[in-house]
Design a protein around this ligand. Sequence first.
Ligand code: HEC
Length: 158
Amino acid sequence: MNNRVVNALAAACVSGLLFAAFGGTAGAADPAEQVKDRQQTMKKLGGGMGAVAKFVKNEGATAEDAAKGADAVLAVAKMDPKAIFPEGTAVGVSDSAAKPELWASWGTAQERWSAMRPAAETLEAAIKGGDRAQIAQALGATSKTCGGCHEDFRVKKQ
Ligand code: HEC
C-alpha cells in the first residue's frame, strides 16, 4: 500500500469514527429540546386521561372522545422510555422536573413505564365495552401507574 492509500484509509476511518460518535445523536436536539419534547409527550398522556375522565364524569366528552383519549395514552405507553428520558435531561436542564433518581433507578423507572401499557389496554377495552363504572375503574388504575412514577421520579411543582 502506498502512503496515499494509507492516508485515505486513515481519513475514512476517522470520519467513520466521527460519524459513529455524532451520527447516533444526529437529529436528537439539545437537552433543553429533549425536555420540551418529553413534556409535550406527557401532555398527550394528560390530555388523553382528561378526555376519558370527562366522559366518565359526564362533562361533555363523548364515548368517541374517550376512545381517542385512551388511544393516545396507549400510543405513548408503547414508546421506548429511553427515547422519552434520554440521559442528561434531569432537573437543572431547562425546566425539567425529572429527578436524577429516574436514571439512577432506571430498572424501576422502566417498570413504571411498562405498567402503563396493560392499564391503558384495559381502559381501551372498557371504553369499547361501554360500562361507565368499569371505565371509571380502569381509568383509576391507569392513573395510578402515572402517579406511582410521578411520586418517585418527578419533582413536585411548588
Ligand atoms: C416512568 C415515569 C412516568 C410515567 C409512567 C408517567 N410519567 Fe408523567 N412525568 C414523569 C416525569 C419524570 C415528568 C417530568 C418531566 C419533565 O419535566 O421533564 C412527568 C411530567 C408529566 C406532566 C407535566 C408535563 C409538563 O408540561 O411539564 C404531565 C401532565 C404528566 N407527566 C402526565 C402523565 C400521565 C397522565 C401519565 C400516565 C398516563 C404519566 N404522566 C406517566 C414521569 C412519568
